[in-house]
Design a protein around this ligand. Structure first.
Ligand code: PEP
Ligand code: MN
Length: 337
């Protein structure tokens, strides 16, 4: 249920309404816009059917939300959400490019790549300290010291950092050391992890599960938001289909579709979506044209020696060229990079 308050509703009237809803056992989320305050009520709408909500002073309308997700929906919030990550605004006119190695390896290498992606125009550094690998015998990431390498890279370049959490017990570490916490595709439905990151206001990059529908994806975002965290970004990273020519199939229709259904920023990861460095630039450009608010791109100075995903990593020179091409596309559709 969404309750829209009248423009001249007083604070006392708002509090009266919120007190009553609390008394009835509902959780509320208040969104104060420039003209209107909107109250989202979390819980079973059917239990509100017999409540005379529009009889409350200050209330203009009460409308049930039809979508199964509520806080992430456009019905709840009409304007695009813009998330401030240490000064980098994600979800506005400017498209955010997050780039860096798949995995954090050595300190010097991480810092070196950070300088290179910054020179190319990236505004966020990516890098996994903990890697969710299909095989237990593959490189699992350097672990917590990887977050320190990223911090050093941030200190030298000023780039905020996105890194993936695998274990809810590491939350304090990530709150202290990462600017954006990534939930990877394999953990999109790890509900305990979603609830954990939902309990803070640290920005979260939620990746779409390998076989997740748009509905399941949005419901996972709803898990995070329903715990209070409003700083959620959605990342399309390719889904499993019958096609085996590339690693996954990039579902670009997800971009306008998610933007229609939700107010959250939509990011595209053309690297994991294709698994082939040759396909990364064309798909990154297509993502910009489709309306993505950001990109997550794997860049490595020596992909042939990378400990993880070298085959889909592009070199810094290619990244720079791609940034140049994407900025022309962005301009053509009234955006910037
Ligand atoms: C990653 O971004 O490092 C990653 C593992 O991606 P995904 O979860 O999309 O496979
Ligand atoms: Mn990777």
């Amino acid at each position: 249920m969404i309750i829209v308050l009248k423009p001249d509703a007083t604070e006392a009237q708002t509090d009266h309404l919120l007190d009553r809803l609390r008394e009835l056992g509902f959780k509320t989320h208040v969104s104060k816009g420039e003209e209107r305050t909107i109250v989202g009520i979390i819980g079973d709408d059917r239990l509100l059917q017999n409540q005379p909500l529009t009889a409350f002073p200050g209330v203009e309308s009460a409308t049930p939300i039809l979508a199964p997700w509520k806080l992430v929906s456009r019905e709840f919030k009409k304007e695009d959400t813009v998330i401030d990550v240490s000064g980098v605004k994600i979800g506005g006119k400017k498209i955010t490019v997050m780039a860096g190695p798949c995995a954090v390896e050595k300190l010097e290498l991480t810092v070196g790549i950070a300088h290179e992606v910054k020179a190319g125009g990236a505004t966020v550094l990516r890098g996994g300290a903990y890697k969710p690998r299909t095989s237990p015998y593959s490189f699992q990431g350097v672990g917590r010291e990887g977050l320190d390498y990223l911090l050093e890279a941030k200190k030298q370049t000023g780039l905020p950092v996105v890194s993936e959490i695998l274990d809810p017990r590491d939350i304090e570490l990530f709150l202290a050391k990462a600017d954006i916490i990534q939930i990877g595709a394999r953990n999109m439905q790890n509900f305990e992890l979603l609830k954990e990151v939902g309990a803070y206001d640290k920005p979260v990059l939620l990746k779409r599960g390998l076989s997740a529908t748009i509905k399941e994806f949005l419901l996972s975002a709803e898990y995070i938001m329903s715990r209070g965290n409003r700083n959620v970004m959605l990342c399309e990273r390719g889904i499993r289909t019958f096609e085996t020519q590339y690693r996954h199939t990039l579902d670009l229709a997800a971009v306008p579709s998610l933007k229609e259904l939700s107010h959250l920023p939509v990011i595209v990861d053309p690297s994991h979506a294709t698994g082939k460095w040759q396909l990364v630039a064309p798909m990154a450009k297509a993502a910009v044209a489709a309306g993505a608010d950001g990109l997550l791109i794997e860049v490595h100075s020596h992909p042939e020696c990378a400990l993880c995903d070298g085959e889909e990593s592009i070199k810094p020179a290619k990244f720079k060229e791609l940034m140049h091409d994407m900025s022309k596309i962005a301009q053509a559709i009234g955006r910037e990079i």
